[in-house]
Design a protein around this ligand. Structure first.
Ligand code: DGJ
Length: 760
């Protein structure tokens, strides 16, 4: 029998009128004056008065070529998810889908469904997407469907659904952008109100999604400096699992904003139902996974509400960050290739463009360099065959020179002692050497030992009444303050205005927000974490507008910033300071699930120098290749080897950057790793194989490739060979390569083999 309907399920059709529903903070929502007005209006509109009837077509379908997300408007006008999964072949079937919870209702319970955007304190007793303290102190919100529309966007369709509270002038617009071909959906929401006073958002989820399976397995990624993106898989049980961060700026240092969900089984590479999801937010995020009393999993991605009860003024719009996901019924690999295609086409800065190979000086010189030394490195970059020389930390500040990490951050004038000829001298030397020139900045930060701090102590996030504590001897500038935004924009703008030859930036961010107090936000300290990120985006948008073509690397003391909102403004990100090839294989393995290889900056360095240079180069070649080592120490043979490897890499770049990635052999499941990348036309492919720590007398199995054309013959050539060695050179069919494979693994620790495949 149908459960007893709550009075709140009887709703009238009202337009969203702030005047009618204006409620002052001191009055209760049933105050007589408002009620009188309300009754009058009700009488006038008696023709409209009706229990909210769902529109004739009460289903809203959000689809890609492979996925359907179906929402249904209940008779009471509330919006529920009724389906999320593999695309329905006959959409008429969806009419059978019921919005009510199937169990637990014996007639005396309130009706409950899987509300598309549940607001707390309603008949749903689980984690809400939205939590509002209204201007009058009331904490309840009931959202009712008003209208929806669908509009074309680049690559897909966006569905916008407007929901409104019936008692408060509060509106939420749910956005779902669906990209059919790439099978990716982005979801976010916009919250706005016209109450008489500001409201407070205690929860501001980006979306709310439900999944139905017998068992759920989550693989999330955690880490720290030099050990980014470590996977951890667990079965979810009743209750909640949360992945989140409180770090503010260097937000993803300990927990990365992406994950895999496996339905019925652990997420596997080539089989099973899985979801890959990621939060596009360069700050505190939180993803809550909650299994409810019916065994349904709700996923609630969004901004972390920790210390962020956000004060929202009337008429302002709170836009939540986007949650991006792809569902697959054939494992992580498929979802990951979809996500990478989508990112290249629609999200990553210059996603379809080329990337610059480079020589960086950080691991080589640290802070200890001068113009002469750099000019030598630029010539070495040219000899190596890379595109660009990247000058890292230590080039700036005079009163408090940047000779170590204790001083100078904030003073972005060239250090005259190290570089008397300034940036002009550097760009000139780069031009002479025949390479482009790029430069490191960390513009959101400040050392207390700096002229900027002397001038603007009020620009710094720090406690007015407590002892300051430092992370890497530095503090974070208050980007919630528009004057600080101007300063940060000015760091890039001034370099590019005076030196338009500067061809690349590495934007670093080495400190989390410490001493959390914004001098500019006054009583609204809870807005700091959110307004900081928005301030950062404003700066990045200004840079993108004025300098749309300058490539930039996102870095955060290694890989502590790696989200898709930041990547709108960055062509690549630094995966980790850990460039020990053994460790990098694991890190790159994880990151390659979520990001195109062209976005993953990977450098050959002297970390774990005892490993063979070939092994280090072969590992870095699986991403966007760079070098960051003392090349002057290389033997003539090593030089020759490096030059050849760079030349080969340049030739294979189009495949590595834009091809489909197949993870064949996991370092987590074997003593080896293997990945192959195939271009879209299946003409060319590259196979990377790594032998990490083979066991004694291990039975080495052939590596079976994926994604090739079974009916074509491929010339398989081993590349990156030491001179004097002969590698594999043979022609085999795609079918053979995928079914039988290549016997190319080795029993030798720390070795690698790379193959180029060309269809004949
Ligand atoms: C941290 C980065 O990860 C390094 O690559 C380097 O740029 C240093 N910062 C410079 O201080």
């Amino acid at each position: 029998s149908f459960p007893t309907r709550r009075s709140s399920d009887l709703r009238c059709v009202f337009c969203f009128s702030p005047r009618v529903f204006q409620v002052s903070p001191t009055k209760t929502r049933f105050n007589p004056r408002s009620m009188k007005k309300l009754l009058l209006l009700l009488l006038l509109c008696c023709g409209w008065m009706t229990q909210r009837a769902a529109p004739a077509d009460s289903l809203i379908r959000i689809s890609t070529d492979e996925t359907d997300l179906v929402l249904k408007i209940s008779p009471a006008g509330r919006l529920y998810q009724v389906y999320l999964g593999e695309k329905l072949r006959h959409f008429e079937d969806a009419r059978r889908l019921n919005w009510q919870v199937r169990t637990g209702s014996d007639g005396s319970y309130p009706v409950r469904g899987f509300e598309a955007y549940a607001a707390g304190e309603t008949e749903d007793f689980f984690e809400p997407a939205l939590g509002v303290t209204h201007a009058d102190g009331n904490k309840t919100t009931y959202l009712y469907y008003q209208n929806h529309r669908q509009q074309p966007i680049d690559g897909g369709t966006e569905t916008l659904i407007t929901l409104r509270d019936d008692r408060y002038p509060l509106q939420v617009v749910l956005h779902y952008a669906a990209y059919p071909k790439e099978n990716v959906i982005k979801a976010w929401s916009e919250i706005t109100h016209t109450e008489s006073q500001p409201i407070v958002l205690n929860r501001m989820g980006s979306a709310m999604l439900y999944f139905d399976a017998a068992r759920y397995f989550l693989t999330n990624y955690h880490g720290d400096w030099a050990k980014e993106a470590q996977p951890a898989t667990q079965q979810l049980q009743f209750g909640k699992k949360v992945i989140d961060t409180h770090l503010g700026t260097r937000a993803a240092m300990q927990s990365q904003p992406f994950f895999e969900l496996g339905f019925d089984a652990e997420p596997r590479e080539n089989e099973g139902r899985v979801l890959l999801g990621t939060m596009a937010w360069t700050g505190n995020f939180r993803c809550t996974f909650e299994i409810d009393n019916t065994g349904v999993l709700r996923l609630l991605p969004g901004i972390n509400p920790y210390a962020s009860a956000y004060t929202l003024a009337p008429d302002s719009v709170f836009v939540t960050p986007q949650f991006i996901f792809s569902l697959s019924r054939s494992g992580v690999g498929t979802a990951s290739r979809h996500l990478q295609d989508w990112a290249r086409r629609y999200q990553l800065k210059d996603g379809m463009g080329d990337r610059l190979t480079l020589l960086n000086n950080w691991e080589n010189t640290g802070f200890d360099f001068n113009g002469k030394k750099l000019a030598t490195l630029m010539r070495e970059a040219k000899q190596l065959g890379v595109d660009l020389f990247l000058l890292d930390d230590g080039w700036f500040a005079n009163k408090y020179p940047r000779n170590d990490d204790r001083a100078g951050l904030g003073d972005w004038a060239v250090n005259r002692q190290k570089l008397p000829e300034g940036i002009a001298g550097l760009t000139r030397d780069a031009k002479r050497a025949g390479v482009k020139f790029g430069i490191w900045i960390e513009p959101e930060m400040i050392n207390p030992k700096s002229e900027l701090f002397e001038r603007h102590p009020d620009w710094v996030i720090r406690q007015p009444n407590r002892e300051t504590y430092y992370y890497r001897h530095q503090l974070v500038l208050d980007l919630a303050n528009p004057a600080v935004q101007d300063h940060v924009f000015g760091v890039v703008d001034s370099i590019l205005t005076h030196h338009p030859e500067v061809a690349y930036f590495k934007w670093d961010c080495n400190s989390p927000i410490t001493n959390v107090y914004s001098p500019s936000l006054g009583e609204h300290q809870d807005n700091l974490y959110v307004d900081y990120v928005r301030g950062l985006y404003k700066v990045l948008q200004r840079i993108a507008k004025k300098y749309p073509r300058v490539p930039m690397m996102l870095c955060s003391g290694g890989g502590a910033r790696c989200d898709y909102e930041a990547l709108r403004y960055f062509t690549e990100f630094w995966c980790s300071d850990d460039t020990d090839p053994y460790e990098r294989i694991y890190i790159q393995w994880s990151l390659s699930k979520f990001f195109p290889l062209k976005a993953m900056a990977s450098h050959v360095t002297d970390w774990n120098k005892k490993t063979d240079l070939k092994f280090r180069i072969d590992v870095a070649s699986m991403g966007k290749l760079g070098f960051d080592m003392d090349l002057s120490q290389l033997s003539e043979a090593d030089w020759r080897f490096c030059r050849k490897a760079v030349a080969r890499y340049r030739e294979l770049k189009p495949v590595i950057f834009d091809g489909d990635v197949y993870r064949l052999l996991s370092p987590y499941e074997s003593q080896h790793a293997a990945v192959n990348v195939v271009d879209k036309a299946r003409n060319r492919a590259v196979l990377f194989t790594y032998n990490l720590h083979p066991r004694y007398a291990e039975n080495l199995r052939p590596v079976r490739l994926q994604g090739l054309d079974p009916d074509r013959q491929y010339l398989v050539e081993e590349i990156n060979l030491r001179s004097g060695t002969r590698g594999l050179n043979t022609t085999l069919s795609g079918d053979y390569l995928m079914k039988v494979g290549l016997q190319v693994l080795r029993p030798d620790e720390g070795t690698s083999r790379v193959f180029s495949l060309t269809a004949r």
